[in-house]
Ligand binder design. Sequence first.
Ligand SMILES: Nc1ncnc2c1ncn2[C@@H]1O[C@H](COP(=O)(O)OP(=O)(O)O)[C@@H](O)[C@H]1O
Ligand SMILES: Cc1ncc(COP(=O)(O)O)c(N)n1
Length: 267
Amino acid sequence: MKSIPCALTIAGTDPSGGAGIQADLKTFQELKTYGMSVITSVVAQNTTGVQNVHHLPVEMIEQQLDSVMTDIPFQAFKTGMIANVDMMQAIAQKIIGLNITYVMDPVMVATSGDPLIARDARDYLRKKLLPMTSLVTPNIPEAEDITGEKIETLDDMKKAANQIVHEFGAGASLVKGGHLQGEAIDFLYDGSSIHTFSTKRIDTKNTHGTGCTYSAAITAYLSQGDSLPVAVKKAKDYVTAAIRHSFSLGHGSGPANHWAQHMERVR
Ligand SMILES: Nc1ncnc2c1ncn2[C@@H]1O[C@H](COP(=O)(O)OP(=O)(O)O)[C@@H](O)[C@H]1O
Ligand SMILES: Cc1ncc(COP(=O)(O)O)c(N)n1
């Protein structure tokens, strides 16, 4: 029998189903990757914002990781919301030396503007977790936070992508341009060259969970053995279709649509 691609997400939840663990598992499933999840924080949130957060005890995060890691091998994993330094330390301890593809979505703030991680956790993420990654996928505010420099132009984005690898030690970096005007352009720096991924901007407010979906799709494709530029290209197509067909659900920023590729195929 052909081996089954398996991927793990370590992240927070979204009961409204658009972001976090829920978005990651929907993406893994849609991309024919067996999905597993370790929950860091239970977040009461929806399309309008974050109403409350409950952080799981660190031992419970460690035990979930042990449950998965002692039982089912996986080819790639991603991290999303890791709210504080204690959680980051515990996760770092478990993944150090694993030699498994690690995609980090450096989640700091929800699309609604609500903060999702503690201030001092940003430092730990930058100094300790970044060097462990195969790829990090910051949006513009996150890339600014990591580099400490303003990003206003496409050249600034490329410079940040390069810096995040050479100065901060990430394996590769994908700086996403969703927050700029004009074309939706992302730059991947893989340690030797810049790859550009560009699509027309879609006129919608429904972008809740697009960052989670994108990094989960990259993780799924990497778990299937695709090279980094190929995985990012396919994932960009996936997230773009998911935004194009996004759902006008809820009272705020609606969620990405994980059936979008089927809808485009049957049209
Ligand atoms: N309105 C849009 N139309 C098309 N693509 C978009 C739009 N907004 C974001 N994207 C793309 O969606 C992906 C997620 O990007 P971004 O919104 O920057 O991340 P995040 O959700 O982490 O803030 C990127 O590929 C970005 O270029
Ligand atoms: C638990 C959790 N993780 C991440 C996000 C960010 O979502 P987005 O993909 O819209 O930036 C979120 N809203 N909730």
